[in-house]
Design a binder for this molecule. Structure first.
Ligand SMILES: [Zn+2]
Length: 89
């Protein structure tokens, strides 16, 4: 299963849960769980850093600079939020 397929599965689950005949507490808990799943999946998908203010790269997810360092040939995750950073050209 690709990350895109996993995200699509989450979206379908959310759509079904919204229209399901379940009590509010179960719906809320299910939606919160699916939101966390989506966030975890999205952080595993490479995203380019943002070149901010013409002076530094920042994380595309949490917008912090201090936790992303370019290291050739190695996967780099933001130390602040866990986003996988894509340093490729
Ligand atoms: Zn981050």
């Amino acid at each position: 299963m690709t990350y895109e397929e996993a995200l699509d599965w989450c979206e379908q689950f959310i759509d079904n849960l919204v229209s399901a005949n379940v009590d509010t507490k179960r719906r809320t808990l299910g939606l919160q769980a699916m939101k966390k799943c989506k966030q975890a999946i999205e952080k595993q998908m490479r995203r380019k850093p943002i070149y901010w203010n013409n002076k530094m790269y920042i994380c595309p997810n949490c917008h912090r600079a201090e936790y992303i360092k370019q290291r050739d040939g190695l996967d780099v995750y933001c130390g602040g939020c866990g986003q996988l950073i894509d340093w490729s050209e």
